[in-house]
Ligand binder design. Structure first.
Ligand code: C5P
Length: 407
């Protein structure tokens, strides 16, 4: 999933297609790249034209497709130079085994390989999405080429594992369009948390009353999942401990699903000391039924109403903050009023260096939010925006504080 901000606004990408069945996915990739805000210039090899026509790619990109280094439309007849001088990146999807071999050796006998060689490597990075039969991918020659390409600075996206057009199953499938989009968007994000480990809780918890009923809350998990994605984009290794939500796991994030506050506590506490940062976005239930019924509680003929003894749940954030080798802890405060006052009070009560305040009823389930960051120095407002944009800002703010702490 990508959000309204798209993540590629203002960027110009050369999308190269080499020959392979996966060319059928390139039309969808082109569509999502442009929807995310990029302008896209398509370049196809002769083999790619066997699988999909330039007509489709021209219609979707709104630009004539380049297929030859001898294209006379260019006034100087140097398409291989002109195309890369205006590009922020070259993305080749699909990248065939043959094209990878050519790129690894610096061969340049058609427009696509030629422009890759002619591109300015420091301003125009090369990303490739291999797509081929599993034996071709596993072949030592292809693996040698992949290693050489990586050493030359090429970013290799995938390949994926699964069913192949040839009927075999294994490594070599091109990543799906939305996965490639997520990779490209991530590539362009600043790497402010490179090498850091981040642990995040997200979503509501569910506290059982009996095997079919329970107490929960309206937290959607969207803010926490957006923060997990933003932290991964910033280069961190991210573990996301999620309450019961039906959201897709952001690419590259390790997810642990839990249901109750106690399960969330049990997943978080042993892991916390191994992390540089802990961000508690989960709306953890404060109390749970002390003794959930083993079987469904039935209605009584006398219409008596059941009552429950409640007991307090462990405070996950306060417990992590009390660890001797604690990570940098960030708490959330979902309030309905007096945001600043409550957030500041939480900063002290939980003994954490940063609390992020938001108005709960105004954001639960929504795709946008507004955040107030409160620390010992003062407070910073992050005005209303989509949750992914806010998450990226928050991650940058956390990275800045972390760097200042360890300086
Ligand atoms: O305790 P309170 O709900 O006021 O504080 C909210 C913050 O504490 C959030 O960061 C939430 O994730 C965290 N919290 C927790 N464990 C609890 C209750 C809240 O980690 N049992």
């Amino acid at each position: 999933m990508y959000t309204s901000d798209g993540g590629l606004a203002g960027l110009h990408i050369v999308l190269g297609l080499s020959g392979g069945v996966a060319c059928f996915k390139s039309a969808e990739l082109l569509r999502v790249l442009t929807k995310a805000g990029a302008t896209v210039q398509v370049v196809m090899t002769a083999a790619a034209e066997q699988f999909i026509t330039a007509v489709t790619m021209q219609a979707l990109s709104g630009r004539p497709v380049y297929t030859s280094q001898w294209d006379a439309r260019e006034p100087n007849n140097m398409a291989h130079i002109n195309l890369t001088r205006e590009a922020d990146a070259v993305l080749i999807a699909p990248a065939s085994a043959d094209l990878m071999a050519k790129l690894a050796h610096g061969q340049a006998d058609d427009l696509l390989s030629l422009l890759c060689l002619a591109r300015p490597v420091h301003t125009c990075p090369l990303l490739i999405a291999p797509a081929m039969n599993r034996e071709m991918w596993a072949h030592p020659a292809t693996q040698r080429n992949a290693a050489q390409l990586r050493a030359d600075g090429t970013v290799i996206l995938g390949p994926d594992n699964g069913d192949q057009a040839c009927g075999e199953t294994g490594d070599g499938r091109m990543l799906e369009a939305l996965d490639l989009l997520a990779e490209v968007v991530s590539f362009f994000q600043p790497k402010s948390l490179l090498g850091k480990t981040v642990l995040i809780t997200a979503g509501p918890t569910y506290e059982a009353i009996d095997p079919v009923r329970g107490i929960t809350n309206l937290s959607s998990g969207k803010m926490g999942f957006a923060i997990a994605r933003a932290a991964a984009e910033a280069g961190a290794q991210v573990t996301l401990v999620a309450g019961p939500v039906a959201l897709d796991t952001p690419r590259g994030v390790r997810r642990i699903d839990v249901r109750s506050a106690q399960q969330m506590f049990d997943a978080v506490l042993p892991a916390a000391p191994r992390h540089d940062v802990f961000i508690a976005t989960a709306a953890v239930a404060d109390w749970r039924p002390a003794a959930p019924a083993t079987h469904k509680i039935k209605k009584n003929a006398d219409k008596s109403v059941p009552s429950f003894q409640m007991t307090e749940n462990p405070d996950i954030l306060a417990s992590v903050a009390a660890l001797p080798d604690r990570p940098y802890c960030v708490g959330f405060a979902a309030e309905s009023q007096d945001l600043l006052k409550h957030a500041r009070e939480k900063l002290q009560r939980k003994n954490v260096p940063l609390v992020v305040g938001n108005i709960g009823p105004a954001t639960f389930g929504a795709d946008d939010n507004a955040l107030t960051l409160v620390d010992a120095q003062g407070h910073t407002e992050l005005p209303r925006a989509d949750k992914l944009s806010l998450a990226r800002h928050l991650v940058a703010e956390i990275a800045r504080r972390l760097a200042a702490n360890t300086a």
